[in-house]
Each structure stands twice: as structure tokens, then as C-alpha cells.
Write a protein that binds this ligand. Structure first.
Ligand SMILES: NC(=O)c1ccc[n+]([C@@H]2O[C@H](COP(=O)([O-])OP(=O)(O)OC[C@H]3O[C@@H](n4cnc5c(N)ncnc54)[C@H](OP(=O)(O)O)[C@@H]3O)[C@@H](O)[C@H]2O)c1
Length: 245
């Protein structure tokens, strides 16, 4: 797809990997909607950085715990922008909990934010896209989803589900010329400062023995959007080979 002049929505796009992808899209001439939940001032800063690259940007807020807010997001974006060509389901939570410490509330939150919101957004996105226009959905996955460890229990299952959703949605939308693919990440950015030491140990244990950069994610995103013409339902693992061990 030629993404120049198109409009992309990046959920959780104000900070970290979402921001890197939003800036990467802007560098290529794509207008970007920055969805955020709590990072309101960072969203405004990201919007300014995108506009400085000569394209349009809009901030939009929604808490994905709130199903009505999720349902309202795509219509609100379309009112702001007039069109939407690309959806990047990036927003996520990553609570540390094992099989026994995962309670029903956390289970529901992981599923609502990491799995149900991407489904509802994909459905609304596809329903709104004119039938003669190509579209793309990218789901941000995790390479541990298919090789689970006993931590981040509900998160891991939600990402496993999101990988399934990627394949099922790709099949459902292939006839509509909407490509649906996933990018499964390994050690790119530590969750927070407390996680830094564990993150560095894990990065050293990957076959490539170092963390990946947000730019590596951006390059994969641009490959899927710009070059991967006949690819749908595919997952690219940007994880230094972590899925192999
Ligand atoms: N970091 C890594 O190395 C890594 C590894 C494997 C997979 N991934 C995946 O790659 C993606 C990006 O990773 P990341 O580390 O940059 O993500 P992150 O910082 O953990 O989260 C991204 C954004 O999700 C949004 N979010 C959280 N709760 C929300 C809610 N209730 N409603 C709406 N939005 C909410 C937040 O937006 P606000 O800040 O505005 O609240 C947050 O900035 C995620 O899907 C993650 O699972 C990342």
C-alpha cells in the first residue's frame, strides 16, 4: 500500500513503541491519529512531533476497560479525519501474575484491553472502510504467547488470543482487500525501571543476545504496510530468535 496521504490510528500511540511506530508512519507521509488513555500530555507532544514531519495528527482518548468508549472510538476518529486506512492495535497491559495470583478482575481487564478492544476496533474499522478501498490492520503480539512461562499469565493468554484473532480476521477480511498481520515482539523495551535488570538478562538469553530497538519494530511495520502485497494472516517475530529457545 502507498501509505502517503493515508490515515492510521495507533492505539496507545503516545509513548514507547506506539510512539515510535506513529513517528515512523509520519516519516513516510501518513497522517496519524494518536489514541491514548492516561498519557494525555505525551499524546499532545507526539502529535506536535508528527506535525513537525509535515503530516496531520490528532489525539483521541479512550479507556479500553470501558466497552462503550471502545465502540465510540472509530466513529469519533472518522469524524475528526474523514477517513481511516490503517489500524494498529498496540495498546496493552502487562501485569505480572502467575496462574494462582491471576484473579477474575485481572483476567477480565487483560481480555478487555488486549483482546476484546482489538476485535471491536477491527470490526468497526472494516465496517466503515469503503469496499473499494484497501486497508490494513496490524496487531502487536508477543513472542512468549506461544511458549508460555508462568508469569504475566492472563496477558500471555490474551496475546495468544490476539494471534488467533489475527488469523481469523485476516480470513474474514481477505475478500475485502484488508490485510491483517501481526508483529510479535521479544525484548524491545523494559516494562519499567523495576523490570530493567530482568529485561537485560532475558535479552542476553535470546539467540541474538541483545535487545531489539523500537526502530526494528518500525521497519517491520513499514515492510508489512508498504511491501508485503500478498501477505495476510501472517505473524513476524521481532524477537532476536527468542521463539526458538
Ligand atoms: N515492550 C516490549 O519489549 C514488548 C514485548 C512484547 C510485546 N510487546 C507488545 O508491543 C506493544 C507495545 O509495547 P509497549 O511496551 O510500548 O506497550 P506499553 O507501554 O505497555 O503500553 C502501550 C499503551 O497501552 C495503553 N493502554 C494501557 N491501558 C489502557 C487502557 N485501559 N485503555 C487504553 N489504552 C491503554 C497505554 O496508553 P496510555 O499511556 O495513554 O495510558 C500505553 O501507553 C504492546 O502491545 C505490547 O504487548 C512489547
Amino acid at each position: 500500500m502507498d501509505i502517503r496521504g493515508k490515515v492510521a490510528l495507533v492505539t496507545g500511540g503516545a509513548v514507547r513503541i506506539g510512539k515510535a511506530m506513529a513517528l515512523g508512519l509520519a516519516e513516510e507521509g501518513c497522517h496519524v491519529v494518536i489514541h491514548y488513555d492516561r498519557s494525555a500530555s505525551a499524546a499532545l507532544e507526539t502529535v506536535s512531533e508528527i506535525e513537525a514531519r509535515g503530516v496531520k495528527a490528532w489525539p483521541t482518548a479512550a479507556d479500553f476497560n470501558d466497552e462503550e468508549a471502545v465502540q465510540a472510538l472509530i466513529p469519533a476518529v472518522l469524524q475528526q479525519t474523514g477517513r481511516l486506512d490503517i489500524l494498529i492495535n498496540n495498546a496493552s497491559i502487562f501485569p505480572r501474575e502467575d496462574f494462582f495470583t491471576t484473579d477474575a478482575a485481572s483476567w477480565n481487564q487483560n481480555m478487555a484491553i488486549n483482546l476484546k478492544a482489538p476485535f471491536l476496533l477491527s470490526q468497526a474499522f472494516a465496517a466503515a472502510l469503503p469496499e473499494d478501498r484497501p486497508g490494513a490492520i496490524i496487531n502487536m503480539l508477543d513472542s512468549i504467547a506461544l511458549r508460555p512461562k508462568n508469569h504475566h499469565f492472563a496477558y500471555t493468554i490474551s496475546k495468544f488470543g490476539l494471534e488467533g484473532l489475527t488469523r481469523a480476521t485476516a480470513f474474514a477480511l481477505a475478500g475485502r482487500n484488508i490485510q491483517v498481520n501481526g508483529i510479535a515482539l521479544g525484548t524491545i523495551l523494559a516494562a519499567d525501571e523495576g523490570d530493567q535488570a530482568v529485561f537485560e538478562r532475558m535479552a542476553k538469553r535470546t539467540p541474538m543476545q541483545h535487545p531489539g530497538s523500537p526502530q526494528a519494530v518500525v521497519k517491520t511495520l513499514l515492510y508489512l504496510l508498504q511491501a508485503a502485497e500478498y501477505v495476510t494472516g501472517e505473524v513476524i517475530r521481532v524477537d532476536g530468535g527468542r521463539h526458538l529457545v
